[in-house]
Design a protein around this ligand. Structure first.
Ligand code: SF4
Length: 390
């Protein structure tokens, strides 16, 4: 096999970038590991992916990019399997790969297209290495975003997901500092045939009034709010250097649900952050029910090199593991109740082609055989079990 293979780890931003890398390197005998360094586990998986790729493609050029290529540069470059590292900031530039520039064409595989409108981060949360891995925050221009949306729609995407590292900071570095709400409005205006626009993880306190209004009232903006919440206790949020409080998140969700009751809430929560007590953990658990979080991503805390949190008194590994399990169990109960509440309700489902699809609230639903990928079909589920509607 003499073609490019891109192994994408970590976030949706990496996924979106991997689509670009794949088309830039089409025809090259190269394996790219687009790595992640958000947790120690992510770095372990990066190493594992590198070793596996070398076993499977012994003769191909093996190159590593992504956040681990920044944060773990020294140790990754010493791995015998690795032929080279490509800086995260230049990975979308063909010259960084020593190949001729050519127009990147999406590989037409996704019904949902991830569009990275923003990269990097100017914040300094005490547990996070992403600013080290991705640099300062920077935005695609409106024209660039519109070109990306058009390219994906032309290649069969039925839904667009706007993503980034800190997507609500989109525009701060552009003339007149437009806000994310304006971008969403402009995209929907420019593409009447785009029926579904979804937002990836957002910082609740950075949602601008127009964006809130679109989330609350615009049917083409999916009723799905994924919050970069991180914790449910104010003292821990302060030690994380987060910019929001528990009550601000609660107030935001209540205001949104009052206007759009079917909105589904997702969130990222960290379990076992340094100095986290049993009382802090209890608050982390109770925020799941209070916000009715039905899409929960749990991150067991792991110290990251060079971060302030790594120098704080650590919680022991067994406790971190147990607390992460608590959060996951709480979320399953909330999610199952929510899925049950969708039984008997007609849902507009985007067909994924693997016998499943997603409702606007991002509920996963089994579809009859032969459902065509990319179609939006109306389905009324009759049962819900194990996280799936049928
Ligand atoms: S906002 Fe905080 S958690 Fe998110 S990427 Fe920036 S520093 Fe990391």
């Amino acid at each position: 096999m003499n073609d490019v293979q891109v192994i994408s780890l970590g976030c949706r931003l990496n996924l979106a970038e991997s689509v670009h890398i794949r088309s830039m390197l089409a025809g090259e005998d190269v394996v790219v590991v687009n790595s992640c360094a958000v947790t120690a586990e992510a770095v372990r998986q990066t190493r594992q992916a590198i070793r596996r790729a070398r076993r499977e493609r012994p003769d191909a050029r093996l190159l590593v990019t992504g956040c681990a290529a920044e944060v773990e540069r020294a140790s990754l470059s010493q791995m015998p399997e690795v032929d080279g590292l490509v800086a995260n900031a230049t990975k979308l530039d063909a010259r960084a790969w020593n190949v001729a520039e050519r127009p990147a064409a999406p590989s037409v595989t996704h019904t949902r297209a991830f569009i990275a409108v923003q990269n990097g981060c100017d914040h300094a949360c005490t547990f996070c290495v992403i600013p080290q891995g991705r640099g300062p925050s920077r935005s695609l221009s409106v024209a660039q975003v519109l070109r990306e949306v058009e390219r994906h729609l032309e290649h069969g995407a039925a839904e667009v997901v706007l993503t980034g590292v800190d997507v609500t900071s989109w525009g701060h570095d552009l003339p007149d500092a437009p806000r994310l709400g304006q971008l969403v409005h402009t995209v929907l205006d420019a593409f009447p045939r785009l029926l579904r626009l979804r937002l990836s993880s957002v910082d609740g306190v950075e949602i601008d009034p127009l964006l809130f209004d679109l989330l609350a009232h615009e049917p083409r903006v999916m009723p799905h709010l994924h919050l970069s919440m991180q914790h449910g206790h104010d003292l821990v949020l302060k030690r994380m250097k987060r910019r929001h409080s528990r009550s601000q998140a609660v107030e935001l969700v209540q205001r949104l649900k009052a206007l759009r009751p079917d909105v589904a809430v997702g969130a990222d929560l960290i379990a076992g952050f340094p100095t986290e007590s049993a009382e802090h953990h209890a608050a982390n658990r109770s925020i799941i029910a209070e916000l009715e979080i039905v899409h929960l991503h749990v991150f067991p805390y792991s110290p990251r090199p060079g971060t302030p949190a790594a120098r704080m008194p650590q919680v022991d590994k067994a406790t971190i593991k147990a607390r992460a399990a608590d959060l996951r169990a709480d979320a399953v109960a909330i999610r199952d109740n929510w899925l049950q509440s969708l039984v008997g309700k007609p849902l507009e489902v985007l067909t994924e082609g693997d016998g499943h699809g997603y409702a606007p609230q991002f509920a996963r639903i089994a579809l009859p055989a032969g459902s065509r990928r990319g179609d939006i079909v109306t389905v009324t589920p009759t049962t819900a079990s194990q996280g799936l509607l049928q």
